[in-house]
Design a protein around this ligand. Structure first.
Ligand code: TRP
Length: 353
């Protein structure tokens, strides 16, 4: 059987509580692609220290919480490998070498990093390690030599940087010519496939305010774990400015964007036609149908998440992490060995102690 192509993606445990924006941006793709791809899902707990270094308890609790969230949406450790970043030493080593392949200014001008500095109000107080995480993310990805990286739109700049690092490494240490297009690097002797971002079905889900993207810190999110009534209540609070069921509505307003994202396609099309022409379709009716559709999606997730509450769930998570670490290190250590060989720093097997 031919080997399945690989995927790597992940989350940083600076919070738990995944929301609908995460679902349409990346989680949905992860669940869907698990059969066709050899998937590696990374918990970037080392990166959590770039902003939460003083809160190790919180990082640990979030780490366990993220894995529970993953299990509850259907990411399956029997099909895929869950990777705990801090247990994969090859990632830290590759980060160091990759840091030499990226101009300092490129990291500092990375728009995702810039946005975070602004959004989190880091001013000029952030640590040296904070922007370093973007280099680390290249190593997270390339340690597994994946072809695809399913992420939300906000991560695109990081994936671009990772592509630049992969290309540079292949050219500098594997003899790949400057003119070889990225998709042919491996064929031409490169160690790293130049990975592609896979953006979700809905690139940017607005939050309930209709202005910003959905985000936990902006308080405009519907969480995967919100109880059914809470979901409906949040949806009912959406405002469109439309006055009556016979007023022609804007099918690109926030409410209809949600309909597009969560109501089954054929029915969404029907609703949109009637909404646009003011065919006796009130916002209240649309909201009720939308709430039902979202609750239908979330019900099985809430149920599985509840089953994972408590110590038994924690234990299960630890087992999943332990077996994932074993599988992940086999791949990442092989990559590190090949990278060191290409860099002429492989001097025989490493013996510690
Ligand atoms: N930075 C990503 C986020 O905050 C998480 C992440 C870390 C990641 N390493 C990764 C995503 C590698 C994709 C690939 O969402």
């Amino acid at each position: 059987m031919p080997m399945k192509p690989r995927i790597l993606t992940g989350d940083t445990p600076t919070h738990t509580g995944l929301h609908l924006g995460h679902w349409v941006g990346s989680l949905e793709n992860r669940v869907r692609l698990q059969d066709e791809y050899d998937c590696y899902f990374l918990i970037a707990n080392m990166h959590a220290f770039t902003t939460l270094a003083e809160s190790p308890d919180q990082i640990r609790a979030n780490t366990i919480g993220i894995v529970k969230d993953w299990l509850s949406v259907g990411m399956d450790p029997d099909k895929s490998t869950f990777v705990l970043q801090t247990e994969i030493p090859a990632i830290a080593e590759l980060t160091w070498y990759f840091a030499m392949l990226i101009p300092f200014n490129r990291v500092m001008n990375n728009p995702t990093i810039k946005n975070e500095i602004e959004a989190k109000n880091l001013g000029d107080t952030y640590s040296f390690g904070f922007p370093m995480y973007a280099v680390g993310q290249c190593a997270d990805i390339l340690a597994f030599r994946p072809e695809l990286v399913p992420v939300g739109e906000d991560q695109e700049a990081h994936i671009e940087m990772c592509r630049a690092v992969a290309g540079k490494f292949n050219q500098m240490y594997c003899g790949v010519g400057n003119r070889v297009p990225p998709e042919d690097h491996v064929k031409s002797g490169g160690l790293f496939p130049v990975p592609r971002a896979k953006i979700g079905r809905v690139a940017r889900l607005p939050g309930l305010d209709g202005v910003h993207k959905m985000s936990k810190s902006l308080g405009n999110a519907i969480f995967l774990n919100d109880p059914p009534k809470e979901v409906q209540k949040k949806i009912n609070r959406i405002t469109t400015g439309r006055q009556s069921p016979t007023e022609p509505g804007d099918v690109n307003n926030i409410l209809m964007k949600f309909v597009d994202a969560f109501v089954p396609e054929a029915r969404a099309a029907e609703l949109k036609t009637r909404y646009a022409s003011g065919d006796n379709l009130g916002d209240g009716h649309v909201k009720a149908e939308l709430g039902e559709a979202i609750n239908r999606l979330l019900e099985p997730m809430r149920k599985r998440r509840a089953e994972l509450d408590g110590d038994a769930g924690d234990q299960l998570v630890l087992d999943v992490i332990r077996s994932g670490v074993k599988k992940a290190n086999l791949v990442a250590e092989e990559t590190l060995y090949l990278a060191k060989k290409a860099m002429k720093i492989e001097f025989g097997g490493r013996v510690l102690g």
